[in-house]
Ligand binder design. Structure first.
Ligand code: ADP
Length: 348
């Protein structure tokens, strides 16, 4: 199937300063993707290149098999049929809600405009606020109007740049899930830029980690979480730390946290040195005596779990998160047991 959008070895930046390069990805019709990465890594720059606002320094952008951007060529944004929602809503302050939403519908008759605006307001679940001005709306309502405006011309692809970042946490999560439902219902593909891992996991079918000027990995959230391509990706999609490990057999490794046994062989050879990524939830403290003891330095009760900071004999500190009501006090000596289902291992 021809992808809706392809980045082919894309490079972009400003005045010949390369911000990101060698970006390859494919997005199918109706798929929702997120670009996740630290602030300043170039997510907005890439999104603007896809929208047709920023030129390319290398590579190409292909929409339905046709080049829309290449070095020295940009199909104008309005000819791409791509909707855009920005972080700061960018509603026109002097236009009311109706005119904001109808803005991209200039070629339509008055009756058509009226019908589409009404449809869009219903879709984004806004009560009839069509005669209000942006400053008379809450942040969440403004962002719903911005979404309605971007969806009104019925784009096949929607680009969203940190669309929920000005909203408080609860509203953000709710709106992210609602937007996902709307896009799925309408069959609209989307790429959203965010630096919030939870938001990215909640909304995306595909996830890309942009860091150090490269797309580090592109895949489903589950793939990135369980099979991160490198330590950078592992650290970005979940908490955890790297530990040196020596393979004792096909299924066991020796680490500072003791011997770890995995359920299945994972392709490691006895004697091989690895770097193992271990998450806090995989580290289980116990009062039973064990081969590796640690001291509880700090305890944080989070309700559904307890997070401990543990001091290892080497002086290294590790975090352990347990979801059982069993509690250890600060100062207690505990033994450690690592129960990771599947190893996340990188060559040392
Ligand atoms: P992100 O969206 O990941 O936070 P951006 O794409 O906004 O990152 O920015 C990436 C880099 O490009 C930053 O170092 C930023 O300072 C730089 N940059 C952004 N916009 C411009 C511009 N118009 N001119 C020059 N440099 C820019």
């Amino acid at each position: 199937m021809t992808p809706l959008l392809e980045l082919r070895s894309l490079g972009c930046g400003y005045d010949n300063t390369v911000i990101a390069e060698q970006l390859d990805l494919q997005l199918q019709a109706g798929e929702i993707a997120c670009l996740l990465g630290p602030s300043g890594c170039g997510k907005t720059t890439v999104l603007r290149a896809i929208a047709g606002f920023n030129p390319l320094l290398s590579g190409a952008i292909v929409q339905n098999g046709e080049e829309i951007s290449a070095v020295g060529f940009m199909l104008p944004p309005e000819q791409r049929g791509i909707g855009v929602v920005f972080q700061d809503y960018a509603l026109f302050p002097h236009l009311n809600v109706f005119d904001n939403i109808a803005f991209g519908l200039h070629a339509r008759s008055a009756a058509e405009k009226k019908q589409t605006v009404a449809e869009m307001l219903k879709l984004v679940e806004l009560p009839d606020l069509s005669s209000r001005y942006p400053h008379e709306l809450s942040g969440g309502q403004q962002q719903r109007v911005a979404l309605a405006r971007a969806l009104a011309p019925k784009p096949k692809l929607l680009l969203m740049d940190e669309p929920f970042s000005n909203l408080d946490t609860d509203l953000r999560k709710q709106l992210a899930l609602e937007v996902r439902a709307i896009l799925k219902d309408q069959g609209i593909a989307a790429i959203m830029v965010t630096h919030d891992q939870q938001e990215a996991f909640a909304i995306s079918d595909k996830l890309g980690i942009l860091a150090q000027g490269r797309l580090q990995q592109w895949g489903t959230p589950t793939e990135l979480y369980y099979q991160p391509a490198n330590p950078l990706v592992a650290g970005f999609v979940g908490k955890g730390e790297l530990f040196d490990a020596e393979c004792l057999s096909e299924t066991t490794v020796q680490t500072e946290l003791g011997i770890i046994e995995f359920a299945e062989p994972f392709g490691a050879v006895t004697g091989k040195q690895l770097s193992l990524f271990i998450r806090p939830a995989d580290i289980r403290p116990s009062i039973e005596k064990g081969s590796v003891m640690a001291r509880v330095e700090q305890k944080e009760f989070l309700g559904s779990s307890v997070v401990y900071q543990l001091l290892l004999p080497s002086g290294r500190r590790v975090e352990s998160e347990i979801f059982e009501p069993r509690m250890f006090e600060v100062g207690a000596q505990v033994s450690l047991h690592v129960a990771a289902h599947r190893p996340i291992a990188f060559s040392a």
